[in-house]
Design a protein around this ligand. Structure first.
Ligand code: THU
Length: 130
C-alpha cells in the first residue's frame, strides 16, 4: 500500500524549513518490517549548507536502526511528480537497492512508480572501497 507512505511524506513536508526557496519537500521510506521514516528539506542562510528531504529521512532511518528499504515516496508542494536530485539518488542507493520502488508524487498522491535503479544508471558503487 503506497498511499500511507505518500501521506507520511506529505505530513513530513509540513515540517519543511524552506524560507529561501519556498519549495517544501517531504520524503518517506519504509523498511521491510513496516517501519516508516520521514523527513523534510532544511535550508540554511548559507545556501549550500541546506539539505534535502530524502537526506533527512535517511538520517531518521539510520537513527531508527536501519534495515532493508522496500519503498520510498517523495512529494513537493509546488511540483507535480518531483524526482530526487542527483545527490539524493546516490544517498538513497547507498541504503536501498536497485529494485526499491520510488513513488513520485503530487499534491494528491502517487503519480508514477519507478525503480530506484532506473533513476541512477551507471551510479558509482562503493564495493571497491571496502
Ligand atoms: N529538494 C529536496 O528536498 N529534495 C529533492 O529531491 C530536490 C530538492 C529541496 C532542496 C531545497 O531545499 C529545495 O528543494 C529547492 O531546491
Amino acid at each position: 500500500m503506497s498511499h500511507d507512505l505518500y501521506l507520511a511524506a506529505r505530513q513530513a513536508m509540513q515540517n519543511a524549513y524552506a524560507p529561501y526557496s519556498k519549495f517544501p519537500v517531504g520524503a518517506a521510506l519504509r523498511t521491510e518490517d513496516g517501519r516508516i521514516f520521514s523527513g523534510c528539506n532544511i535550508e540554511v542562510a548559507s545556501y549550500p549548507e541546506g539539505w534535502c528531504a530524502e537526506t533527512t529521512a535517511l538520517g531518521a532511518y539510520i537513527m531508527g536502526g536501519g534495515g532493508r528499504i522496500t519503498e520510498i515516496a517523495v512529494v513537493a508542494e509546488r511540483m507535480a511528480r518531483i524526482t530526487p536530485c542527483g545527490g539524493c539518488r546516490q544517498r538513497l542507493a547507498e541504503f536501498a537497492s536497485a529494485e526499491t520502488s520510488l513513488y513520485l508524487c503530487d499534491e494528491v498522491g502517487v503519480v508514477e512508480t519507478v525503480r530506484l535503479g532506473d533513476m541512477l544508471p551507471y551510479g558509482f558503487k562503493g564495493e571497491t572501497l571496502r
